[in-house]
Design a protein around this ligand. Structure first.
Ligand code: AP5
Ligand code: MG
Length: 211
C-alpha cells in the first residue's frame, strides 16, 4: 500500500505514521526527517537546507523530488510506503504521479490553535526521532528518550515565529493538494484531534471504507 499523509504541521502525521507502520509493515518516509538527518550529518544537502528548515519555508521542489525519488527506489520501499510531508506542492504531486503514484491520500484535519499548542510543547529524540509532547506524551525520564536513551530536544522550527510561518506556508502551498487529490478520487479526510489511538481507529476505518 502506497500512502500519503497530508496535513498541517503538528497534525500528528509522524505520530500516526509510527503507529500505522507497525501494522502495515511498510516504511515511514518523512521528508522532514530526511532533511534533518542531512543537517545533522553536515552533508552538502544539509548545509543547503538548514536555514530553510529553521525559518519554516519549503526546500526547492527539484531537491525534494530528487531526494524522494531516490528514497522510493530503495528495496524496502518496493511493497509500499507511508510518505509523510511529501508532496507539499502541486509540482511535487505531479512529479510523484510520474514515478510512484500513491494509492490513497490521508488528510488530517487539525485547527491552527491546536497546532500551535502541540508544536510549542513537542520534543523529539535527537538520536532515533521518537516524538514526545511534554504535556500529553512526556518521556518517562525528563529529557531522555524512552526507546533509546537519546537526548530529547526542541526542533529549531518549533519556535513560535517559525510555527506561524509553517502554517502560512501550508495554507498557501500545500492545502491546494486536498482539492487536487480529491478531484482524482484518492483522498480521505479524518479528524486529527483526540488520543492518537482514536485517530488510529479513524485511520483504519477510513482505509477500510476506501478499499
Ligand atoms: P516536517 O518535519 O514534515 O514538519 P511538518 O510538516 O511541519 O510537520 P511536523 O513534523 O511538525 O508535524 P507532524 O504532523 O508530523 O506532527 P507530530 O506527529 O510530530 O518538515 C519540516 C521542514 O522540512 C518543512 O518546514 C520544510 O522546510 C522541509 N520539508 C519537509 N518536507 C518538504 C517538502 N515535501 N517540500 C519542501 N520542504 C519540505 O505531532 C506534533 C506534536 O503533537 C507532538 O508533540 C505529538 O506528541 C503531538 N501529537 C500528535 N498526535 C497527537 C494527538 N492525536 N493528540 C495530542 N497530541 C498529539
Ligand atoms: Mg512530522
Amino acid at each position: 500500500m502506497k500512502l500519503i499523509f497530508l496535513g498541517p504541521p503538528g497534525a500528528g502525521k509522524g505520530t500516526l505514521a509510527d503507529l500505522a507502520v507497525e501494522k502495515l509493515k511498510i516504511p515511514h518516509i518523512s521528508t522532514g526527517d530526511l532533511f534533518r538527518a542531512a543537517v545533522k550529518e553536515g552533508t552538502a544537502l544539509g548545509v543547503k537546507v538548514q536555514g530553510i528548515l529553521a525559518s519554516g519555508g519549503l526546500v526547492p521542489d527539484e531537491l525534494t523530488i530528487a531526494l524522494v525519488r531516490e528514497r522510493l527506489a530503495a528495496p524496502d520501499a518496493r511493497s509500499g510506503w507511508i510518505l509523510d510531508g511529501f508532496p507539499r506542492t502541486i509540482p511535487q504531486a505531479e512529479a510523484l504521479e510520474s514515478f510512484a503514484p500513491a494509492d490513497q491520500v490521508v488528510n488530517f484535519e487539525v485547527a491552527d490553535d491546536v497546532v500551535v499548542a502541540r508544536l510549542s510543547t513537542r520534543r523529539v529524540c535527537r538520536a532515533c526521532g521518537k516524538i514526545y509532547n511534554i504535556r500529553s506524551m512526556p518521556p518517562k525520564v525528563a529529557g531522555l528518550c524512552d526507546a533509546c536513551g537519546g537526548e530529547v530536544y526542541t526542533r529549531d522550527d518549533d519556535q513560535e515565529s517559525a510555527i506561524r510561518t509553517r502554517l502560512e506556508t501550508y495554507r498557501r502551498q500545500t492545502e491546494p493538494l486536498i482539492a487536487w487529490y480529491g478531484a482524482r478520487g484518492r483522498l480521505v479526510t479524518i479528524d486529527g484531534v483526540g488520543e492518537p489511538s482514536l485517530v488510529l481507529e479513524r485511520f483504519d476505518a477510513a482505509l477500510a471504507g476506501a478499499r
